[in-house]
Design a protein around this ligand. Structure first.
Ligand code: ADP
Ligand code: MG
Ligand code: ZN
Length: 625
């Protein structure tokens, strides 16, 4: 795909350049021509001139305002040398010259005087005109000084180099089918219009970051064979009020001229934020104007028969203004979700095309181990694995490189340089084994794969790697409670063994509390509070992303009840973790001792050890009735 400037170099730009060139020449001529006309006289200091006059060596003098030219007396028949000097204010000079009998006169006005003064008057305005023309001409282009209001859209034109096609996108089949239909329509609209079908005007790609929304749009550009205007939402919003809306107007104007064509607005939420979510400083005027202009333009081209399809992408559909989603605007929403097992395999296949794979590489196995990875994560994974292989001076990428790369992506880079002291190491070991034992007992679909006390990333001193054995889209209450208990397992182990707790569990507690709060306020899992949503706005579309939204306005009573419920969930999970660990105290010691020795336990050894975990008796009184 190649990118080119929208406008051709305009004629005014050409004129500007010519003018600039011509006036430049005039200026040069003015500066240097007089000097070039004759040999320059040798410059002499004024004192030497006076001295020579007094000595009677000078034959004639021409006194000008800025220069005195004088000729020495001829010697041996040759004409005397001509010298020049700069005059000083010297009223005695005529008297002196007269007394010496030297011929003198005022300098004649320069012969090209009228020409020079003409240049002096004409050239400067010419230069100004030329510069002005120059910038006006550039204003039509992209970065010109006067380009502020012009749309910054790039136009993608079909080109051979690096063209993205639908074959480069995998794992998002529904979205692909939808967009293929649109490309079909642009290529042969008659087939659709004959039946009376109306193609949606606005198509909104919605999905978590890195799932390939921008990539899909580029593929549309590559396949459609029509002009493709691409701009990012943030480019509309600038410091200058009114710029955004004029940019929108320009963009649609250009697009209509080139119809049929596609306009792609990436990161739509930058302009399309809900207008009533003004926040502390009130609404954002600029953004609002831009949004209004966009709405107007989208309504505007409904009437005409110009085929302009507006494609947009966002990962925050819940924050978009309702007016944007109304029929006639972005009425079609296409979910671009994280890929499933076969999708991940297909994406891995695409990205490993350029990588030399070893014979033992099993992309399917890798796909199985990476649920929740988006396309961008998988692309990154392949690259990490290739880097690892190269670092180890291997010629092909092996399966073990992928295994290592998965861990890197999941847990951050291995940091062998951070050394824990013995006590810290012991605490971390008990903590991680605590997670593992509780995890082995409680969670349904996640299996503990690895325990390590080799520090990784910025925060984790050790880690327990739990990988799902299958894709899960729904979780039930028991599983969520198990997850919370597992998160608290680390801290509980520290409590049991050392009787005290360290700062190492802060992140665990944060996640446990967030999860509990979501159970109560979003998933309606509390019997006391009932199936009500207590969060502001909509529930994030993607399970388990981010911390809970701010609560909607609830009575103080309800607010207190929520807090009580959250606390109860976390505390009962805590009790459960403690009970489990107490019941398996021997195992906790054995595994920890082994972990301290080897630093890492994984695979069969780990399954065998964790297989011995005994269930704990249910807590005497269940926290929730
Ligand atoms: P988004 O716009 O949804 O945040 P991008 O389209 O920018 O994500 O994806 C970033 C990169 O990740 C792409 O350039 C591509 O290399 C890779 N990628 C993401 N999704 C896919 C996919 N479905 N198939 C193939 N590659 C993908
Ligand atoms: Mg994107
Ligand atoms: Zn922990």
């Amino acid at each position: 795909m190649s990118i080119k400037d929208t406008p051709k170099p305009s004629p005014s730009r050409l004129v500007g350049n010519i003018l600039l060139g011509v006036s430049g020449l005039f200026l040069l001529a003015n500066l240097f021509l007089p000097g070039l006309l004759g040999p320059r006289p040798t410059a002499a200091p004024y004192s030497l001139f006076i001295h020579q006059v007094q000595e009677g060596e000078v034959s004639q003098v021409s006194v000008g305002q800025n220069q005195i030219l004088y000729q020495l007396k001829s010697e041996n028949g040759e004409p005397g040398q001509v010298l020049s000097t700069t005059p000083i204010f010297d009223l005695e000079l005529p008297k002196l010259l007269e007394s010496k009998g030297i011929e003198f006169a005022a300098a004649p006005p320069p012969k090209n005087g009228w020409f020079t003064s003409l240049l002096g008057w004409v050239v400067p305005p010419l230069i100004f005109v030329a510069i002005w023309r120059f910038f006006i001409a550039r204003g039509d282009g992209q970065q010109g000084v006067l380009s502020i209001g012009k749309s910054k859209a790039k136009v993608y034109v079909e080109g051979e180099s690096a063209k993205v096609t639908f074959a480069d996108v995998a794992g998002v089949e529904e979205a692909k089918a939808e967009l293929v239909e649109i490309v079909d329509f642009l290529k042969s609209p008659v087939r659709f219009t004959d039946i009376g079908a109306r193609i949606p005007k606005g198509v909104l790609l919605v999905g978590p970051p890195g799932t390939g929304k921008t990539l899909l749009a580029k593929a549309v550009a590559g396949e459609a064979g029509v002009p493709f205007f691409s701009i990012s939402g943030s480019e509309f919003v600038e410091m200058f009020v009114g710029v955004g809306s004029s940019r929108v107007r320009d963009l649609f104007e250009q697009a209509k001229k080139q119809a049929p064509c596609i306009i792609f607005i990436d990161e739509l939420d930058a302009i399309g934020k809900s207008r009533n979510s003004g926040g502390f400083y009130g609404g954002n005027d600029e953004r609002e104007q831009t949004l209004n202009q966009l709405l107007t333009e989208m309504d505007g081209f409904a009437a005409g028969d110009a085929t302009v399809i507006v494609l947009a992408a966002t990962n925050r559909p819940e924050s978009l203004d309702a007016a944007l989603l109304r029929p006639g605007r972005f009425d079609r929403q296409v979910l671009v979700d994280r890929p499933d097992l076969s999708g991940r395999e297909a994406i891995l296949k695409i990205h490993s095309q350029t990588v030399k794979l070893g014979k033992d590489v099993d992309l399917k196995a890798i796909a199985t181990r990476t649920p929740g990875f988006a396309g961008a994560d998988l692309a990154n994974l392949v690259n990490e694995a290739a880097l690892l292989a190269a670092r180890n001076h291997r010629l092909t990428v092996a399966q073990e490189d992928f295994a290592e790369a998965i861990e890197r992506v999941v847990a951050g880079l291995e940091k062998k340089s951070r050394v824990l002291n013995e006590t810290e190491k012991k605490i971390v070991a008990y903590h991680e084994v605590g997670h593992a034992i509780v995890g082995a007992m409680t969670t349904g679909s996640n299996r503990v794969e690895k325990i390590s006390i080799v520090p990784r990333g910025m925060a984790a001193l050790g880690y327990t790697l739990q990988l799902p054995t299958e894709d899960r889209f729904l979780k039930d209450e028991t599983e969520l409670r198990g997850e919370i208990a597992t998160l608290l397992g680390g801290r509980s182990a520290e409590e049991i063994v050392f009787g005290s707790i360290t700062t190492g569990a802060a992140n665990d507690l944060q996640r446990a509390t967030d999860l509990a709060e979501r159970m109560v306020t979003a998933y309606g899992m509390s019997k006391v509070l009932g199936p009500l949503a207590y969060q502001q706005g909509q529930q994030p579309m993607f399970l388990g992303s981010g911390s809970p939204d701010p609560r909607r306005a609830v009575s103080e009573e309800t607010s207190r009840a929520i807090d009580r419920e959250v606390k109860e969930i976390v505390e009962s999970a805590h009790e459960r973790a403690i009970a489990l660990l107490k019941n398996n105290r021997d195992l906790l010691e054995t595994i920890t001792a082994q972990l301290l020795e080897t630093e890492v336990i994984e695979g069969e050894t780990l399954y065998e050890l964790l297989g011995q975990v005994k269930a704990a008796p249910e807590p005497a009184e269940p926290a929730l009735v």
